[in-house]
Design a protein. Structure first.
Length: 565
């Protein structure tokens, strides 16, 4: 027996005497009476914009709820712990234990512990799916924190002086801790971004008068989500920057046990904050097997459109009736699993288009060979001055345009790195092998900041917008899953980076940076050419009518598509 429908989610539709033989025939107006619990456009006290106002009025962000700031602080603590811990992994595994220093501290020399060469470990999880369909985001985050905390503790044990004295035993302990730590991080990352965006309750644009200037403006929920993710990314980079720098010093002057302990202490603040604010957070309840239905819907839409010719296949998938033909209102004999409404089909269509955008991200991410911390003030500059300035000039800087600009700036960063490397080779006493030279090239060290600054701005445009796009384009009951697909692109980019490791040494660094510069430039322009039509639909996609499909509850009956019982 299915769960009863929550009264707040019911839509009461009067019984219509439709002809059973013609489900698609329109009903006479007099036979249809719709009673809706939804408020009118003015019931919530807001004035909604007209089409003319949408074209002419400036759009601004709304108020960010205080609960969003607590989640951002949790993310800061988690990123501090993650980057603080991983910053010392290479030395812990690769370098041998310094003589006379049982903690692994190197002081004026090289810190180390196991001396086993460089290893790497990554973990992917299905926690996003679990969050959307079974546990809910908050519970999944709490469970993930539990896994990560256990992993942290095991890592501390692996770094204790009596343990690292036995490298093989320490490595086994470290490996177990790393796997458990990875499970926790994967579950946390795929759910924390949707949770912070959910704290913004407004879903529709409305008009208000600026109390300072008297200007009529449109408060756009998407602008608010953009601002939330800017703050979110700001906290990510504050945490990662402080954690990675501080733990290198802890490793060098005290030992690896402290470099693992301090991130654990910082991470312990995460469950405390979430527990104290648990009843204040806006959360979406789990909704059952919606991911399976989305896949079935997509498979049904593909029926009869497959072709071994890739051009024909893509053309068939982009046809106007690809999604229209599988809407419940268009199907006379619906399968039993089709318990959703037409609006949910539109939301899935929008999410699939977003995932097509994400497929280009591995090309972009090859610009990063290590974590390059974003300068925190650049995000604040963009939120407080850059975007508002463009809006005052009437320039609509849509998400896809931002991503495109992020590609171009990343390409510029790699061009600058190529030029700098060229002059390093040219001026170094050892020519194109400066890394093996005792004497450094006579260049100002600050010129190396140029690619770092450009990459920082690039990440502000492309990476933050990716978080925003994943959230705003996903159905309400699939946001964690779509977010995890966006984050999965990082794993693909890591594989690409591994393929380029043969170029990551002298004298091939010029080819390394130059190739990535060309790849980012060409990839960015191809990205926008592939999606410029989607870019024009931005407002239309954001204004889609929300679905009433709840996943675990039965779909409200529609008199135009459902025969009388």
């Amino acid at each position: 027996m299915s769960d009863p429908v929550d009264p707040s989610d019911q839509v009461y539709i009067a019984q219509a005497h439709a002809n059973k033989a013609s489900l698609e025939a329109p009903l006479p107006e007099k036979e249809t009476a719709i009673i809706s619990t939804a408020p009118s456009v003015h019931d919530d006290g807001h004035e909604y914009p007209t089409d003319e106002e949408l074209r002419t009025l400036r759009r601004v962000a709304g108020k960010v709820q205080w609960t969003a700031y607590t989640i951002a602080f949790v993310e800061l603590c988690e990123r501090f712990s993650y980057y603080g811990t991983t910053a010392v992994f290479v030395n812990f595994i690769q370098q041998p234990l310094p003589e006379g220093h049982p903690t692994g501290a190197g002081y004026s020399g090289q810190s180390g512990a196991l001396g086993m060469g460089q290893r790497a470990s990554t973990g992917l999880t299905t926690c996003a799916w679990v969050a959307d369909e079974f546990w809910g985001r908050l519970t999944t985050i709490q469970v993930s924190i539990g896994f990560a905390m256990v992993g942290h503790i095991i890592l501390i044990i692996s770094a204790l002086p009596p343990v690292i004295a036995n490298p093989h035993g320490a490595l086994g302990c470290f490996a177990v801790g790393l796997v458990i730590f990875g499970i926790g991080v994967g579950g946390f990352k795929s759910n924390i971004a949707p949770l912070i965006a959910e704290q913004h309750k407004e879903t529709r644009m409305f008009v208000q008068t600026d109390p300072k200037t008297g200007e009529r403006v449109i408060v756009d929920p998407n602008q608010t989500v953009t601002r939330i993710f800017l703050y979110f990314y700001f906290m990510i980079n504050v945490g990662s920057l402080i954690g990675s720098i501080a733990m290198v010093y802890a490793e060098k002057y005290v030992g690896f046990w402290l470099a693992f302990l301090l991130p654990t202490i910082m991470f312990a603040l995460c469950p405390l904050v979430i527990f104290l604010c648990r009843n204040k957070y806006e959360v979406t309840p789990p909704t059952g097997s919606v991911a399976a239905k989305a896949f079935k819907l997509w498979s049904l839409a593909l029926h009869g459109r497959w072709s071994w010719n890739p051009v024909t296949f893509v053309k068939n998938c982009r046809s106007d009736d690809f999604w229209e033909s599988v809407k419940p209102s268009k199907m006379q004999n619906r399968p039993e699993w089709m318990t959703f409404d037409d609006q949910w089909v539109d939301e899935v269509r929008r999410a699939v288009k977003a995932c097509a955008v994400f497929l280009w991200y591995p090309v972009y991410c090859t610009s990063f060979y290590a974590h390059l911390p974003v300068f925190p003030l650049t995000g604040q500059f963009r939120a407080g001055f850059f975007y508002p300035g463009l809006r005052r000039l009437g320039i609509n800087f849509t998400p896809l345009k931002r991503i495109w600009v992020g590609y171009l700036i990343a390409s510029g960063a790699m061009v600058s790195a190529t030029v700098i490397q060229y002059y390093i080779y040219k001026t170094s006493p050892c020519g194109d092998h400066p890394s093996s030279c005792d004497e450094a090239a006579p260049l100002n060290v600050w010129i190396q900041a140029v690619p770092y600054v450009l990459i920082a701005f690039s990440e502000i445009f492309a990476s933050i917008t990716g978080y925003e796009y994943a959230y705003t384009k996903a159905p309400k009951n699939m946001k964690s899953l779509v977010q995890s697909l966006f984050l999965f692109m990082n794993a693909i980019s890591s594989a690409i980076q591994q393929a380029l490791t043969s170029l990551s040494a002298d004298p091939l660094l010029l080819w390394n940076y130059g190739f990535v510069a060309v790849l980012a430039f060409v990839g960015g322009n191809l990205f926008y050419l592939a999606h410029y039509k989607l870019d024009k639909q931005e407002d239309e996609l954001n204004k889609l009518e929300a679905s009433t499909y709840l996943g675990r509850h039965p779909q409200p009956r529609n008199e135009k598509t459902d025969p009388e019982q």
